[in-house]
Design a protein around this ligand. Structure first.
Ligand SMILES: CC(C)(COP(=O)(O)OP(=O)(O)OC[C@H]1O[C@@H](n2cnc3c(N)ncnc32)[C@H](O)[C@@H]1OP(=O)(O)O)[C@@H](O)C(=O)NCCC(=O)NCCS
Length: 166
């Protein structure tokens, strides 16, 4: 059964493991293909605790952490935020966990934080992620050509958005 809990200091080791998995980090826009360290992620967590515009969560299958997701750049005045999602454990991808977690986070953003719009950025070759985002209502708002360079290839980067139309 899927569970979602606020990210804690104990979860940093999982972030390190998942961010160092090439299947995951080849799609993570701001640090594409780059590895990380425990020290860097501890700093990330310390910074995260100090700011107000971020809310990150760990996704569990029962008691096993399987991924993480969050909102950043939460802008209360404009009522928008950026969303991020990753299933870090290989054997849990493509089994519906991402969709359940994403729907939970959208509900949290719209109902609990009362946001009007959720934005995300995704590399154009991440077809499963784009399929997932479209399936819950995200639409492409813009395309940045050759925005990401990885392993000798330039990739386009898509901006997608979902509105709270309820
Ligand atoms: C993208 C990601 C979050 C999707 O989560 P997930 O749990 O794997 O996806 P789901 O099982 O909920 O499936 C979402 C859709 O994509 C399809 N899909 C996902 N993985 C698939 C795979 N390996 N093969 C075929 N289809 C797949 C599913 O069929 C589903 O479509 P449907 O609703 O029409 O059936 C996850 O694969 C992931 O973390 N990938 C690596 C990191 C990443 O890309 N993060 C996003 C950064 S923008």
């Amino acid at each position: 059964m899927i569970k979602i809990k606020p990210q804690t200091r104990d979860d940093i080791k999982y972030r390190v493991k998942w961010l160092n998995d090439p299947t995951v980090n080849k799609y993570i826009g701001d640090t594409i293909g780059q590895c990380t360290t425990l020290k860097k992620q501890e700093k990330w967590f310390d910074d995260y605790k100090k700011v107000k515009g971020k809310k990150f969560f760990t996704i569990y299958d029962n008691d096993k952490p399987i991924g993480w997701m969050g909102l950043s750049n939460i802008n209360i005045a404009n009522k928008n935020a950026d969303i991020f999602l990753a299933i870090g454990e290989d054997e849990y991808r493509g089994k519906g966990y991402g969709k359940i977690a994403l729907l939970w986070l959208i509900d949290y953003a719209f109902k609990k934080l009362n946001l009007h719009k959720i934005n995300l950025g995704v590399i154009e070759n991440n077809i499963f992620a784009i399929k997932l985002y479209k399936s819950v209502g995200f639409e492409v708002e813009g395309k940045m050509k050759d925005e990401v360079w990885h392993d000798g290839i330039y990739y386009n980067f898509l901006s997608m958005a979902l509105f709270n139309n309820e």
